[in-house]
Design a protein around this ligand. Sequence first.
Ligand SMILES: Nc1ncnc2c1ncn2[C@@H]1O[C@H](COP(=O)(O)OP(=O)(O)OP(=O)(O)O)[C@@H](O)[C@H]1O
Ligand SMILES: [Mg+2]
Length: 158
Amino acid sequence: MQQPAHGSIVQARRLRKVYRGANEVEALRGIDLEVERGEMVAIVGPSGSGKTTLLNCLSGLDAFDGGQVVVDGKDLSTMSDRTRTAYRRDHMGFVFQAFNLLPVLSAVENVEIPLLLQNVNSRDSRRRALEMLETLGLAHRATSTRRSRRSSSSCSCA
Ligand SMILES: Nc1ncnc2c1ncn2[C@@H]1O[C@H](COP(=O)(O)OP(=O)(O)OP(=O)(O)O)[C@@H](O)[C@H]1O
Ligand SMILES: [Mg+2]
């Protein structure tokens, strides 16, 4: 099994991603990257330089055309789509620019979904989700839905 270099949590080697369509776009051209465990990294660059593409490939959200991504010793390039999805569910967290909350669910239901998908029983999932909202000072919003928040404020999010 592939092992990461000492202390690294994410490694990319010669990562390549091509979008194919009317025009072929080589979005990643042989990216090498290593992130140490506990390290905080910001990826900056002009619009269109490939930041989102890189993050999608590093996190297994998107497949790539060449090279290798190893996360915590696991080689994403050799995983099936199904295995990669399960690995993402169990080991990764994302904060998207668009929050991607499910609008028909309440705040606490949105938070507990990943636990339910991991077959944590509903009682424990709910308890842990409420604890998390409490930690973040959001307990008072636990039963809010996007719809109820909208109708109670003048927010008009795109
Ligand atoms: N689904 C797609 N199909 C075709 N080309 C794409 C697709 N997604 C991104 N691209 C192209 O790949 C390149 C990298 O795009 P990407 O979205 O990764 O850049 P970015 O750095 O995240 O940009 P931004 O700062 O605007 O978010 C760009 O040339 C973009 O037009
Ligand atoms: Mg982007």
